[in-house]
Design a protein around this ligand. Structure first.
Ligand code: MN9
Length: 290
C-alpha cells in the first residue's frame, strides 16, 4: 500500500496547436515531476480535462503516460464518466498498459441514486484486477459520500483509497477510522497541511504539476514534526494558488508551465483561454518560485 502514499500530481493534459494531445509535452511534464520525487500521477482527472477528452483520447493518454513512466512511479487512471460501459472500457485499457489503479468520479448529471452509483462503481472495479480509488468531489457531482456509504462501498476489497476533494476534513478523518483502513488523499491543495493533520496519507493535486517540490516539502516537514515550517510553506503556496483561482486554475497552471518551457497549449473549450492579466500573473508566479 505504500506505493499509494505521498504526492501525486493530477497530471495536466497538454494540447498542441491543433488541440490534440501533445505527447512530447506529456513526457517533459512527467520527467520534470519524477525528477522532483513525486510518488505517482493521477491521469485524466478533473485537472487533466479527462471529461473533455474522448474515450479514445483518454486511452491514448494512458498509453503515452505508461510508456514514458516505464514502471518508475505509481500510475492512477481516472476512468470516470457517466456511462458505465465507457468507464469499464477505459479501466480495462488502463490495466492492460500497466496502470497500478483506477479511479472514477461518481456518475453525475441525472442525480443517480446511491444504489445506482454503487452498482456503477462495482461494475467498473470488478472489470479489472487493479484496485479502485473512489473520488469524493461533491462540488462537481452533487453527491457526497458519508462514512456509512463509504463503508458500504469498501465492502468490496477492490476499493483501497478515497480522493477527498472536499473541505470537510472531519469527514476525511472519519474515513480514516474505517475498519478497512483506506488510503485517503487530500484533494484541495490549499488545505494540504490541514488534510495531513486530519490523517491524509498524501495528496492528489493540480498545482503540484508545477510546484511539486513545495508539497513534497510540506509532506516531509509534517512527517518530521516541523508543523510551523509546514504551515509557512502552505502559506507560501496559497499566495500562488490564490492567483490561479483568480484567473482560472487549469489555464493558469498550463500558462505557468509554458512559461517554464513546457509547451502546454490551452485548455479545451468551454474553458476560456488565459487573459492578458492571467499571462502576466503566470510570469510573476515563475519569478516567485525562483
Ligand atoms: O485534483 C484539484 N481539484 C480540482 C485536485 O481541480 C477540482 C485541486 O488540486 C485544485 O485544483 C486546487 C485549486 O483549488 O486545490
Amino acid at each position: 500500500m505504500d506505493k499509494f502514499k505521498g504526492i501525486f500530481p493530477a497530471l495536466l493534459t497538454p494540447f498542441d496547436k491543433d488541440g490534440k494531445i501533445n505527447a512530447d509535452s506529456v513526457a517533459k511534464l512527467m520527467e520534470l515531476n519524477i525528477a522532483k520525487g513525486v510518488n505517482g500521477f493521477y491521469v485524466a482527472g478533473s485537472t487533466g480535462e479527462g471529461l473533455l477528452l474522448t474515450i479514445e483520447e483518454r486511452k491514448q493518454l494512458f498509453k503515452i503516460v505508461a510508456d514514458v513512466n516505464k514502471g518508475r512511479v505509481t500510475l492512477i487512471a481516472h476512468v470516470g464518466t457517466i456511462a458505465t460501459d465507457q468507464a469499464i472500457e477505459m479501466a480495462k485499457y488502463a490495466e492492460s498498459v500497466g496502470f497500478d489503479a483506477i479511479s472514477a468520479v461518481a456518475p453525475f448529471y441525472y442525480g443517480f441514486s446511491y444504489q445506482a452509483i454503487k452498482e456503477h462503481y462495482y461494475a467498473i472495479a470488478n472489470s479489472v484486477e487493479i484496485p479502485m480509488i473512489m473520488y469524493n468531489f461533491p462540488n462537481a457531482n452533487g453527491f457526497n459520500f458519508t462514512k456509512a456509504l463509504a463503508e458500504d462501498m469498501f465492502a468490496n476489497p477492490k476499493f483501497i483509497a478515497i480522493k477527498h476533494t472536499n473541505s470537510d476534513l472531519y469527514l476525511l478523518q472519519q474515513f480514516k477510522t474505517m475498519a478497512c483502513k483506506p488510503i485517503v488523499y487530500n484533494g484541495f491543495d490549499e488545505m494540504f497541511v490541514a488534510g495531513l493533520s486530519m490523517g491524509a496519507d498524501g495528496g492528489i493535486g493540480s498545482t503540484y504539476n508545477f510546484m511539486a517540490e513545495k508539497f513534497i516539502a510540506i509532506y516531509n516537514e509534517f512527517k518530521a514534526g516541523n508543523i510551523a515550517k509546514a504551515q509557512s510553506t502552505q502559506t507560501e503556496v496559497n499566495e500562488i494558488i490564490g492567483m490561479l483561482i483568480k484567473y482560472g486554475v487549469f489555464a493558469m497552471e498550463k500558462g505557468v508551465l509554458t512559461e517554464m518551457g513546457i509547451d502546454m497549449g490551452e485548455c479545451r473549450r468551454p474553458f476560456l483561454p488565459l487573459s492578458q492579466e492571467g499571462k502576466a500573473a503566470c510570469k510573476r508566479i515563475v519569478e516567485m518560485l525562483k
